[in-house]
Design a protein around this ligand. Sequence first.
Ligand code: NDP
Length: 330
Amino acid sequence: MGKTFRALVIDKDGDDQVVEERQLTDDDLMAGDVVIDVSHSTVNYKDGLAISGAAPVVRKFPMIGGIDLAGTVARSDYPGIMPGDRVVVNGWGLSERHFGGYAERARVNGDWVVLLPEKFSFERAMAVGTAGYTAMLCVMALEEQNITPDQGPILVTGASGGVGTVAISILAKLGYEVHACTGRVSEAGFLKDLGATEIIDRAEFSDKAKPMGAERWAGAVDVAGGNTLANVISQIKYNGAVAACGLADSMNLPSSVAPFILRNVTLTGVDSVMAPRERRTAAWHRLAEDLDFDKLEALSETIGLSDVPKAAKDILAGKVRGRLIVDIKK
Ligand code: NDP
């Protein structure tokens, strides 16, 4: 039998979902052409859903959780990826249909693997994780709609969460005026340290939106959907844009076409899971340049593999601030 390694496995016990640490070998891994010694992973909102079973993220049982991983290539049959390469994998069905990052070893499709820019340690890469890389995709989406800092402030919803904190840091470094929408106004000091200049209580966005309100923001990064997103759209300036990536409030969008047809507003969707490799590589290189690593450190905390189930509950309860890094050896 090959060498064993630790893995956090999500399984079914009758109708119940169980999460437990198991010892596996390489023979237990799924097919793939790149084997990775995983160093770090992370806990995103989607990991919270998968581990708790609150939403049907996991499509195949047993499953190793963790939608992100960073580590060193141990073996590769994939052109351009060599043993010793430092790599990151985000999404692509990890923890859904393919074993994810909560294990010391992973075997994945080489198409999914991105070489890490030098500036990133594994820990930093997972402080970014899917949440941070999605924040970068959102910023890129706003730039592609020609939203520049001179056009006015940018609103970030879910400001204290993973996508929100990283989005604030990037936008502030790029010279945008950033307004932070949060349910945790007690975190105002933390959010201002990241670069937000104005804090907005998300209670302001919880009621059904009017078709249009006063024009306030040139753009927005929205992680919430629902009434939150509808209220944001109704207050975007003429020619503005909203990058929508999440559903922390709701999957629904009770909005009106008025902002789109009367204010030329654009709603641009952002998906990180199936984003093509070129786009991912571009996002990771932008993160290396446009993210202040001191701020990244200030918004992240490191936990061990056995802490993940509790962290999963906390993130769904909205108790996690910023980003959680998982040290797989811890
Ligand atoms: P986090 O849990 O870290 O952050 C979400 C934040 O949203 C919370 O911290 C909270 O911030 C805010 N929030 C919570 N509940 C509500 C509510 N009812 N109404 C409005 N805001 C709320 O999650 P992530 O940052 O990891 O992910 C955010 C969202 O983006 C999730 O829905 C996730 O599924 C999605 N996502 C989508 C991706 C894609 O590819 N499209 C990739 C990554 C994430 P505060 O307390 O400051 O208000």
